[in-house]
Design a protein around this ligand. Structure first.
Ligand code: PLP
Length: 422
């Protein structure tokens, strides 16, 4: 008779054998030996195609083409945006631009929405568990525009409750900005329901897709979303600090004017005219010269995701979270862990969050044991599963190493004081 552990191993082996995405792991640069990387939700691993594309730019295109390279490079941010829109976001051509950072894009779009709101709509709403940069930027916009910043309450495990939003908004709301997947718990918000609630009250909605782009199947068009931003270095694997993206629904573009009147947003940029006249299309949300190594990386990274298909990625992601959840309930719950991610698959993103009162010490011991998670204050460990390179067996091995750490109290020899970068 099999014991529990080997029964699970056979489950994992069967899931791996049936995994249609299993060959994609070879498309990534090999990681250090023996390391189980469960932090693709913070920084994805490097796809070989991204490395090759950046190398080609550096070693061939730039040295050969020099300034003439711009004849092609100038259109890359919209080309990469269209590809991302089609393959990952459910957006139409001309609605997505790859540029700047998520923080800067959020600033541009939220400020534009406030500026375009009818008189009397002067409130910006987000939730108190939204990612810090989102809260700070909205508060900063409200501060400089003389508008009001309103925080609604969100349970840090369950995520955004549409009912709380419905209660909070009214005829003074200009914009509601929320994260699609909560960075801490991995709770998935109901994009369509929330968007409808905001629209019924006459406001605009801005979704932060950082933790869902490349992991969850998103339908910005179908869900009627107005605005969105997100990064490309998490599940999209474009590399540390790779440029972010912004999305503006086609029908809204002419009405919105972003606050940074850079020359890349000018209608006839190279006429170098006296007067600022914003571009007709998505380029009106650009600012200055794009990072071409960054955009090249994004394009190659998105091509890989497109090849795998976001539906297959989402299907495997949900299976991975469910498999990990079952294992954690069985093997880690008796050791003081609690799963802090919603149990309903419809309400989950791509990572599983564990609560433990010694989470920081355990996360350090995990790194020592070659399992890389990340820690989020105050007492959470996130296990991020990247369907393109993690296997089900990785999950079993990781859970077993975590259980061993806690059982042998190996974590108690690590500092209880979190370091600057967690
Ligand atoms: C990672 C993340 C960001 C990051 O913003 P940057 O400008 O790239 O630093 C923003 N919002 C959310 C929800 C994130 O998870």
């Amino acid at each position: 008779m099999m014991d529990d552990m080997s029964a699970h191993q056979s489950v994992a082996a069967a899931l791996d054998a049936a995994d249609p995405l299993s060959t994609f792991a070879d498309r990534f640069s090999p990681g250090p030996d023996g390391v189980i990387y469960l932090d693709g939700n913070s920084l994805g691993r490097p796809p070989k195609a991204v490395q090759a594309a950046v190398r080609d730019l550096m070693e061939r295109e730039w040295p050969t083409d020099l300034i003439q390279g711009w004849d092609r490079w100038i259109d890359l941010p919209t080309a990469a945006g269209d590809l991302l829109g089609e393959a990952v976001l459910g957006a139409r051509p001309g609605e997505v631009l790859v540029c700047d950072s998520t923080s800067v894009n959020l600033y541009k779009l939220a400020a534009a929405a406030l500026d375009a709101a009818p008189a009397g709509r002067r409130v910006l709403i987000t939730d108190n568990d939204n990612f810090p940069t989102d809260r700070y930027i909205l508060e900063g916009i409200a501060h400089s525009a003389g508008a009001r910043f309103q925080l609604i309450d969100t349970d840090i495990d369950e995520g955004v409750d549409p009912g709380v939003i419905a209660d909070a908004i009214g005829d003074d709301t200009a914009l509601v900005c929320l994260s699609h997947v909560a960075y801490r718990s991995g709770a998935l918000a109901d994009m369509r329901a929330v968007t409808e609630i905001v629209h019924a009250a006459g406001g605009l909605v801005l979704w932060d897709l950082c933790h869902s782009a490349g992991s969850v199947d998103i339908d910005l068009t179908g869900d009627g979303v107005d605005l969105a931003v997100g990064c490309t270095y998490k599940y999209l694997n474009a590399g540390p600090g790779a440029p972010a993206f912004l999305y503006v629904r086609r029908e809204l573009q002419q009405r919105l004017r972003q606050p940074i009147w850079g020359w890349f947003s000018q209608a006839d940029q190279f006429a170098m005219g006296q007067e600022y006249r914003p571009h007709d299309g998505i380029n009106r949300f650009a600012v200055g010269t794009p990072s071409i190594p960054g955009v090249v990386a994004v394009k190659a990274a998105v091509e890989l995701v497109a090849e795998a298909g976001i539906a297959a990625i989402r299907a495997k992601s949900l299976q991975m979270v469910a498999h990990a959840h079952a294992l954690c309930e069985e093997q880690l719950a008796p050791l003081g862990f609690r799963v802090a991610t919603p149990t309903d698959p419809q309400r989950r993103g791509g990572h599983l969050t564990l609560h433990h009162e010694r989470a920081w010490q355990i996360s350090q011991a995990m790194r020592k044991a070659n399992v890389i998670p990340d820690y989020r204050a105050p007492d959470r460990i996130r296990l991020g599963f990247a369907p393109l390179y993690n296997s089900f067996s990785d999950i079993d091995e990781a859970v077993e190493r975590i259980a061993t750490i806690v059982r042998t109290e190996a974590h108690l020899s690590f500092s209880a004081q979190p370091s600057r970068v967690t």
